[in-house]
Design a protein. Structure first.
Length: 226
């Protein structure tokens, strides 16, 4: 996959967009998402309302910019992984790559605080991380992303694992290494899948041998006193 370097105009647009986003988050944190207007965001950012709308179609899009940006990086990182890697190995490599580069911990913690208190439903209804995993797995495995049960189940599991890793990161106040937490969660899933893929018959025979190998303990019957 060829990575194209952003142009000067694109870098300038990204810089201004991020500045608007940071100003908006500060206002949301101080006054609540619903109470803040586009005009107030524009004024605090030193721009006109018209300029605001060049960067964000709505106020909701300001709050959704951070997770959408992250998912875009996930998408690009997944597609950039070598094709010889197994699907889970490719996903692990992609997550380590993008999470190791994160430099927005302070902004992310502020964003979590704002969404949890002011707009808890907006993100859950507008951002679908599982679909990115599902589409990638379907592409690698040559399956139908909408009909293959294994692909959909694995994508949902990956989404849940990232949620667990993110929760642990939040509990640490952003001090833990999120890349390491994410990788450990995916590694746990990979190990479970490897165990579950063993033939049932072989597992049954193994369990029977284990039961035969256990010593039989005979407990004496209690005797009556007297």
């Amino acid at each position: 996959m060829t990575i194209t370097e952003p142009t000067g105009w694109e870098r300038r647009r990204e810089r201004i967009s991020l500045q608007i986003e940071k100003v908006a988050l500060d206002l949301f944190a101080g006054h609540g998402f619903e109470a803040v207007t586009v005009g107030e965001i524009a004024q605090a950012a030193g721009i006109s309302d018209r300029t605001f709308y060049r960067y964000f179609p709505t106020k909701d899009d300001v709050l959704l910019a951070l997770p959408r940006r992250y998912l875009s990086r996930v998408h690009d990182a997944l597609l950039a992984q070598p094709t010889h890697l197994a699907p889970l190995a490719a996903i692990r490599a992609a997550f380590v790559e993008i999470n190791a580069e994160r430099s927005d911990a302070k902004m992310l913690l502020r964003w979590v605080k704002v969404t949890a208190s002011s707009a808890p439903n907006l993100v859950s209804q507008s951002v679908d991380a599982a679909s990115s995993y599902r589409d990638f797995l379907a592409l690698r495995l040559g399956r139908d992303p909408h009909r293959d049960l294994q692909v959909k189940a694995l994508a949902a599991a990956l989404d849940a694992l990232q949620s667990v890793a993110f929760t642990e990161w939040l509990r640490s106040g952003g001090q833990e290494d999120f890349a390491a937490l994410s990788d450990a969660a995916i590694e746990a899933l990979a190990e479970l899948i490897g165990e579950a893929s063993a033939p049932v018959a072989r597992l049954s025979r193994s369990s029977k041998r284990t039961r035969r190998a256990l010593p039989v303990r005979h407990h004496p019957k209690p005797t009556r006193a007297g």
